[in-house]
Unconditional design. Structure first.
Length: 457
């Protein structure tokens, strides 16, 4: 038979049509959130097609929408990850990558996304621009691990306690006469301790706003204070070149750790409570025995001020942060440096382990926090969003959230897996420190005298 040839038509943009055979349409972003983006490729906005809407959605962190009722059948093709379709408050269908589903017209449903995923959403007839606006307003970030209580310490001389679920200020602790430099919760969550440049540390009840003890004895500003794991002791670090150990039963100083050549910036208990790590302007960190107060190890290697020293949960390693733009992980047994973490472009102000000791979060003068793998030093995430330098960052008790504090006057809550900012807490002054309450203390923190004020999300 006769030989025939076929020439493919040249794709053209719909804004300049040359051929009626193929029209190329540019995607239009219809939902733009930190954790969820939806782009329409066919529909009223992208192609002036009122018959069908085809959108591609990308989710990078846990997110959910409100319940709604489709007017027409809707079709969903999940390309990767998984999508939850809730048919009631306690019933849901899981649609995984490579699967599809149909949402039946007239049946109430709610979407949620447990993590990263990508899917195609097909609707006929096409939805309107107003409908897309509803989608944008309905979607909200979900806090992985659920509601947390957070304390922020500020240059305004106060500590504020927040409910992270809806950015509600629960109460304000007032009593220090100068900047509050640190805040830390006890393991049971019933008390917290603060350190201030007024040369004192204070122990507070979390069930109200009452100061239980004022720890007086340092001759210079106190930069950090934290509890031992059993809450029987507090350790403080001061500009006066010493750390002090205090009994929470009596409020008395039971030992002074002296040996650093310049001011201290931080002191931290090991989980077992038998050791303390300190960080100093003299470019070293030191390890001390709680019983007796002897210095057992000097960690040398940083070339500038060491700002923080924190034990891993198992007590076998210590993480330090330095003005030399690095963090280091050290072996407790012999003082050897296991890893040097390089990547920040300014001083590193803090370095804290996650609850498993597998990841480290660092806070820096370059306005970022970074999350690293402790086994090999790989950089997992860079948390961008603060507009001024960071002084602290730490993981929640379950490791599913990170909180950071900054000179920009805010604390931010992040998803460590995606790097997304989930909440922003506006303290109103330079946020010198921030801490998660243990989950065991959430109920007592929500009780008592409550001052409610909703702030920006």
């Amino acid at each position: 038979g006769a030989h025939s040839s076929f020439t493919s038509p040249v794709p053209v943009c719909s804004r300049h049509p040359i051929s009626a055979m193929v029209r190329v349409h540019t995607g239009v972003a219809v939902v733009e959130q930190e954790t969820l983006t939806v782009t329409e490729y066919i529909g009223n906005l992208a192609s002036s097609n009122s018959n069908v809407s085809v959108t591609v959605a990308k989710v990078v962190a846990p997110t959910e929408e409100q319940f709604y009722t489709p007017k027409f059948d809707e079709h969903v093709i999940v390309l990767s990850g998984e999508v939850f379709i809730h048919t009631s408050e306690n019933q849901k269908v899981t649609v995984k990558g490579g699967e599809s589903c149909t949402l039946v017209a007239g049946e109430k449903v709610k979407w949620s996304w447990p993590g990263q995923c990508e899917y195609v959403h097909v609707r006929s007839p096409a939805v309107s621009a107003d409908y897309h606006r509803r989608e944008n307003e309905a979607a909200e970030e979900v806090l992985p691990g659920g509601d947390k209580i957070i304390a922020t310490a500020s240059s305004d001389n106060t500590v504020k306690i927040w409910d992270s679920l809806n950015n509600t200020l629960l109460r304000t602790l007032e009593g220090h006469t100068n900047q509050v430099m640190s805040v830390a919760f006890s393991q049971h969550g019933k008390t917290l301790v603060t350190a201030s440049t007024d040369r004192t540390a204070k122990v507070w009840s979390t069930e109200g706003s009452d100061c239980l003890q004022t720890l007086t004895g340092h001759t210079g500003p106190v930069y950090t204070a934290s509890f031992s794991h059993d809450s029987a002791m507090v350790v403080t670090a001061s500009h006066d070149r010493t750390a002090k150990l205090w009994s929470t039963a009596t409020g008395e100083c039971v030992n002074t750790l002296a040996g650093h050549e310049r001011q201290l910036h931080m002191a931290d208990f090991s989980a077992a409570g038998d050791m303390v790590a300190t960080a100093s302007d003299d470019c070293t960190a030191r390890l001390w025995e709680v019983r007796g107060g002897a210095c057992t190890m000097v960690l040398r290697g940083h070339s500038e001020t060491v700002y923080s020293a924190s034990f891993a949960p198992n007590g076998k390693t210590v993480a330090t942060a330095s003005a030399d733009c690095t963090a280091r992980i050290w072996q407790v047994d012999d003082g050897s440096c296991l890893l040097t973490l390089k990547g920040h472009t300014a001083w590193v102000r803090s370095a804290k382990f996650d609850p498993e000791g597998h990841r480290l979060v660092t806070a820096s003068g370059d306005n970022t926090a970074k999350i690293w793998t402790c086994s090999n030093g790989d950089l997992l995430q860079t948390l961008n969003g603060h507009t001024d330098w960071l002084r602290a960052a730490s993981f929640s008790e379950d490791g599913q959230q990170v909180v950071s504090s900054s000179k920009d006057g805010s604390a931010r809550i992040w998803c460590p897996n995606s790097g997304c900012c989930l909440r922003k807490l506006e303290h109103g002054g330079w946020v010198r420190a921030v801490a998660f309450a243990p989950d065991a203390g959430i109920d007592s923190l929500k009780a008592g005298r409550v001052l409610t004020r909703t702030l920006s999300a």
